[in-house]
Design a protein around this ligand. Sequence first.
Ligand SMILES: Nc1ncnc2c1ncn2[C@@H]1O[C@H](COP(=O)(O)OP(=O)(O)OP(=O)(O)O)[C@@H](O)[C@H]1O
Length: 251
Amino acid sequence: MNGDIVLSVRNASKHYRSGDTVVRALDGVSLDVLAGELVGIMGPSGSGKSTFLMVAGLLEPPTEGEVILAGRRVSHPSADLNRLRDFRRGHIGFIFQKANLIPFLTAAENVALALEIDDVPAREAHAYAVELLRALDLAHRCDNDPARLSGGEQQRIAVARALANDPPLILADEPTAALDSVRSGQVMQLLRRIATERGAGVAVVTHDPRSLHLFDRIIEFEDGRATAKPRPADDLFYSLIPQTSLGKARP
Ligand SMILES: Nc1ncnc2c1ncn2[C@@H]1O[C@H](COP(=O)(O)OP(=O)(O)OP(=O)(O)O)[C@@H](O)[C@H]1O
């Protein structure tokens, strides 16, 4: 339900040892992400943004602190994250700077694969992938190979792939860094809709000041610490969100 806590990172630190020195990539960060909320994560290079996503996304255990997802304490310094693979797949959708689509599969097959890995029968998975792509205004691209798509279209297909399992949490690391301003805006608006219409909690690392008005909250990282920034006021944006539905629940 919108407003429920999807992700809770509590007092997380991540230290890397480099020879005699210790790099404090994360230094006591606490952050909740709510269902239906789009959170922007900003800050200078090296401030710990990607490390935060790795820890929050159960790809790296914290050195200290804990991560609670769907009400479960899933990660802590001694957690065995390999055992959480299935849990991660069902609960978190990842989007990276590059779409990394499988080149010999069509757009719809790339999306369907995420469901097939989760044991959804191929025919059903494909039908749902087509429906999802239609909801994302990509119906005309379903049968195309990734190489025939623009960078923005590839990235929107990567967004569809991240959504396929209907995860309550989406984590995106600079998803628009390789896109021009128009395509970058489309991807960011899509992420906004995913939060608003599907009720996912979405956290996005971005350097792009053009999309600040889309976020409910901005968290600024600096030297491994996080501080909240005031939410940019722009209620006008909400009247601009396309009102098409993002589709029904996954099979
Ligand atoms: N695996 C690692 N081993 C050692 N140091 C690391 C490792 N990963 C990250 N760091 C260090 O931790 C700090 C934070 O890195 P991180 O990638 O989280 O920053 P960032 O804010 O995402 O930067 P950018 O905006 O450039 O992507 C940096 O000083 C980085 O060099």
